[in-house]
Design a binder for this molecule. Sequence first.
Ligand code: FES
Length: 569
Amino acid sequence: MSKIDPTKLRSYTWFNGKEYYNFSRRANLRSMGFSREIFFGKPVIGICNSFSELNNCNAHLRGLAEAVKRGVWEAGGFPVEFPVISLGEQYMKPTTMLFRNLMAMDVEESIRANPVDAVVLLCGCDKTTPAMLMGAASADVPAIVVTGGPTLSGNYKNTPFGTGTDGRKIFDLHRIGQIGAEELQEIEGCMVRSAGHCTVMGTASTMASMAEALGMTLPQNAAIPAVDSRRAALAEQSGKRAVEMVAEDMRPSKVMTRQAFENAIAVDMAIGGSTNAVVHLLAIAGRLGLDLVLDDFDHVSRRTPFLVNVRPSGEHLMEDFFYAGGLPAVMRELLPLLNRDCITVNGKTVAENVADAPCHNRDVIRAMDAPLHPEGGTVVLRGNLAPDGAVFKQTAASPEFCKHTGPAFVFETYQEMHDTIDSMDLPVDANTVLVMKNGGPKGAPGFPEWGHIPMPKVLLAQGVKDCVRISDARMSGTSFGTVVLHVSPESAIGGPLSIVETGDTITLDVEARELRLHVDDAEIARRLAVRPLPPPAYDRGYGKLFLDHVTQAHLGCDFDFLHAVKPKE
Ligand code: FES
């Protein structure tokens, strides 16, 4: 470990000078019971904690913070834990995505304003990991991520259950009367069996994997179950490593390079990651001024096989993924496709970290020559219905619908969809393409996870389990089906989605990467000219700031003034 020169520490100007305010700050540190020797001249390691009891996925992070502190003390640093806003996916209304940028601003400014020489970022639930990475990227103080880990696998009558994914299937059975209220209550207690985030390859597991693939965590961080003792040990080692990173000046901008993002996208494709990763990676890259665009995802997707057999795209759960070898085993398979020399927060390159990583279960982590699918999970669609792009998770879709032409049935709003989807008179059949408008960043507002339009009850009753669904909303990473998302530009700002009418014909052709509305350009222009835009949902406060500055889905939905450079349209 390099020796730290105390006069070079960022915290030095807070605590070590001869002015009154230096004296006063030392006195106030001592007010918390610290002796002078324990902090004076030592690297201050901030533990940026998104713990909250209003965020069940992050509710155990206080315990992990204690493990981090052990590592910091052991390495000769001085740990200080501080809170940031937490975004609980299950509880926040209207959607956590409305607040991701707010949390990222909190993280950035909390780091920048305070006397910390490095930070350990504690996160877990869907938006908390990208928000931490966005804020830390902008602050650019040495940083290492520790996520909270997935829950233990759900289990009901000896059948494993994945949070979200299986919950939706169970609830559909309840909707059509095949599971009664009493049994549903019993299942409720078996679904989420421990602390941690969703135990499928949903957004939280995906973003934990992205943090590891970007090089921002120690190897194996992504998949260790939340309650496995090895997660606390990893947190301890991350605290120790944060102290060393101060001496090495290992900043996020040195780790999260363009090449590191290419690695992360390849890993996202190989794990069948959540479509939300597209939006979050674009936003993080934007904070670093990197030229990452939506089409980069499709280019990488075409050359990257899908390897990880975890729900919702596969069969197993995150616990199985960890026992099979976790992310290092996947990255070892992918090494021929990765930028091997990217540096990671442990000071080693990607290749050094994963070259010998073992795989213990080839059914869970497939070899490159025996993939689950020859291409990656997420693809980018274009066409006159989505001129700036849309995303589609082909590994979670029904193959028979991936090339489909059918008549549209349109819901103008989420509320309209919600109020009518269970009607047994809904005039739809298995060929229908369900279209929902006003679910985008400005329209909903906040870009909620409304895109997984539930299957109409009338179709479920006929045994139809999937159909093509299109919207400008997002979808939970735990969801599945033939669902086109993030249509950009969104309908609320006059994107072509806004003028689709029931009965119009739409083609989805995943192989050709096309999303086409069979209405000619003149008619589209005519409809756009007469269609009024919805009024803004907020006229004050944070909501107005969001509406005034959020970028579209294909640009990452960050605020325009938080990009390191102006985003390319
Ligand atoms: Fe927090 Fe799924 S609800 S990760």
